[in-house]
Design a protein around this ligand. Structure first.
Ligand code: DLL
Length: 428
């Protein structure tokens, strides 16, 4: 189901909307946010210089450090009376990034989420169990209002309480659940422990996001829960969930709602724009936000853009699913590695459960890396032989051998019931 006509508009139509909204956004930022006025003045750019999206590169970037420096409300463009809601993105260090919404912003956001859900195969009348955390995190309320906007029923269960989640799936016959990918797996595991066969339940879709999910992880979710695993992407600074979403027809990239958020992909080192199809850092500009216009935000997320029309009929650009962030890069004794590359290799093994952790340390001034993976519950093979096979595969695919590879028993690695999973522990 296509939720809004603009999703199938021609490139010219999309461009026209983007150009007009970009001009408005820049004007709003310049006139109402001291920070942007100073930045643009310093860069020698006036709002009149921005006529079309082709001029966007003239604008300076906004970074997470700018959000922190302007904490709490230095980037807000409206008076307090116009703000209807505040959210915050926690982050692991420093102050949270505070974000705000006017009534219209909330409306645009819930439409973006409704669009996303419809693309993911959720229909009006369906029941969606929303297992994202409610509160300052944008996942809970973001999904909540999107489900309602679509005309579906939301069960606002929030994060955690996994046994109850399973009971609700059974008793209320939820058609879809929204949660992080790691939680979807934990749910499957809990259901198994409870003796509930999730495959027998009506559940047909998992809307997962807020964390990276590699292909083997998605396959595991789809298989264990017998569902369509649909990827939803977003970030608080831009709006929250609903910036882009996979369509259930193709499941081949996430349609980015580019009438609301303008995407670019740049070289993470130099900031130079990259041609279509090349992987780099996603940069987003809000096109409709009143309370918090954001110009060229460096998301830190690595992806590629694909402007080919999709088989679902939507014309909006697709981004590759995000499996890493520019700042996830692990440099171990000079070798560059992304955790997702390790995940891709280890989860290829049927004997390995989808739980792992990576520990980095330093001994005698030398980096060390330990990879711990879990064996499946019913493993009855030769551990040493499997250990050697995994090491050889890591060596062949990544030219990398961990100092220690531990094959732990099933259930050893801590599960994340609430919030985002952490898999890399840097003790250096
Ligand atoms: O995680 C918003 C969200 C909630 C998205 C629920 C999807 C579902 P933040 O807490 O601000 O917002 O974190 C944003 O999370 O820059 C990515 O690094 C990561 N992220 C979000 N969605 C995905 C995804 C929410 N589908 C940061 N795949 C982003 C990979 C994702 N990473």
């Amino acid at each position: 189901m296509i939720y809004e006509d603009i999703e199938t508009a021609s490139r010219d139509e999309i461009r026209a909307v983007q150009n007009e909204r970009l001009r408005e956004t820049v004007r709003n930022a310049y006139e109402n946010v001291d920070y942007y006025r100073e930045e643009l003045d310093e860069a020698g750019v006036s709002p009149e210089d921005i006529e079309t999206v082709d001029d966007i590169h003239k604008l300076p970037f906004t970074t997470k450090e700018d959000f922190r420096a302007e904490y709490p409300d230095g980037l807000f463009a409206v008076d307090d009376e116009e703000i209807r809601r505040i959210h915050a993105s926690s982050g692991t260090t420093g102050k949270p990034k505070i974000v705000s919404y006017t009534e219209k912003d909330l409306d645009v956001w819930s439409d973006a989420v409704a669009r996303s859900l419809a693309a993911g195969g959720v229909e009006p009348g369906d029941t969606v169990q929303n297992a994202y955390g409610y509160g300052l995190f944008t996942g809970g309320l973001g999904l909540h209002y999107g489900v309602e906007k679509l005309g579906a029923t939301v069960i606002p269960i929030g994060g955690g309480g996994t046994q109850r989640q399973v009971e609700m799936l059974q008793d209320l016959e939820s058609d879809a659940i929204s949660c992080t990918p790691s939680y979807a797996l934990y749910l499957a595991e809990t259901a198994e422990e409870m003796g509930v066969d999730v495959k027998d339940l009506p559940l047909s879709t998992v809307i997962f996001g807020a964390e990276p999910c590699t292909e083997p992880m998605r396959e595991e979710i789809e298989e264990r829960l017998d569902v369509n695993g649909i990827d939803i992407y977003g970030l608080s600074e831009i709006v929250g969930p609903g910036v882009s979403n996979e369509c259930h027809e193709a499941q081949d990239g996430l349609h980015l709602w580019e009438d609301r958020f303008y995407p670019e992909v740049v070289d993470p080192e130099t900031g130079e724009p990259l041609p279509e199809g090349e992987e780099g850092e996603l940069v987003l500009t809000t096109l409709s936000k009143e309370a918090l216009p954001v110009l060229r935000y460096r998301t830190g997320d690595l992806t590629t853009l694909n402007y080919e029309e999709c088989e679902c009929g939507r014309t909006m650009v697709r981004m590759d699913n995000v499996t890493g962030r520019a700042d996830d890069l692990l440099i171990v004794r000079g070798v560059n590695l992304y955790p997702s590359e390790i995940e891709d290799v280890v989860l290829e093994f049927d004997e390995v459960a989808p739980y792992y952790r990576i520990d980095l340390d330093r001994e005698n001034n030398l980096d060390t890396i330990e990879v711990t993976v879990e064996l499946v519950d019913d493993f009855d093979g030769d551990v040493d032989e499997l250990h050697d096979r995994i090491l050889t595969r890591l060596e062949n695919v990544l030219s990398f051998t961990p100092d220690v590879l531990t094959l732990a028993e099933y259930g050893t690695i801590e599960r994340t019931e609430v919030g985002k999973v952490q898999r890399v522990f840097d003790h250096r």
